[in-house]
Design a binder for this molecule. Sequence first.
Ligand SMILES: [Fe+2]
Ligand SMILES: [Fe+2]
Length: 207
Amino acid sequence: MMSCDAAMSIRLPPECETPLLERFLKAEAMALWTVRSARLQDVPPNVYAFLRQHEEDEQQHLAQFETMIGRQPRERKRLPTVPQQWPALAVQLYGYESLGLEFATLLVMLRPDLASIREDELVHVNFFEREILRILRGEAAAAEQARVSARAWWRKLPRTVDRYLEGAALDPYRPVLAERILTILEQRFRTTGLFKGMTSDDDVDQA
Ligand SMILES: [Fe+2]
Ligand SMILES: [Fe+2]
């Protein structure tokens, strides 16, 4: 839908590589667990089929980061809770994959050899984007549920992004990177129509 390449014109120094890799270890683990959790929900058949491939991709990404960092992410006793209703779950998957894509775009600046991870994230984002569009054009109640979920997810996003950008080396870049990521995601949500029908833009502007 839009090119994210042009958005990341900022140059990160090499010392940002380690905190980004550390962050990816956690984020890829979370992505994998979320997909596993999503596969246990009642989702449309085409989504179920895609999630199998998606899980394989995230498993492979995680293995790559484990090899690079030389350790595994912390174990988890339970899979993360995901929404049971498909429109809400679709928003969550779309949102986190979109966020993952922006981080992969950052990472590839420092590690062009990891470009294939970014390409996979783009496939994931595009798949869920098509599903979101399908939901928004479908039944009114489902579309409304997706929009309500999108607003709720959006309100938590700034804190999530700051957490993703932890690390002293990233301190000087955090505000500009966070703002850019939020702007790109907001554009995405607007373009797909997830923010349509809001009584005011306050929710979004405050975030
Ligand atoms: Fe991934
Ligand atoms: Fe992904």
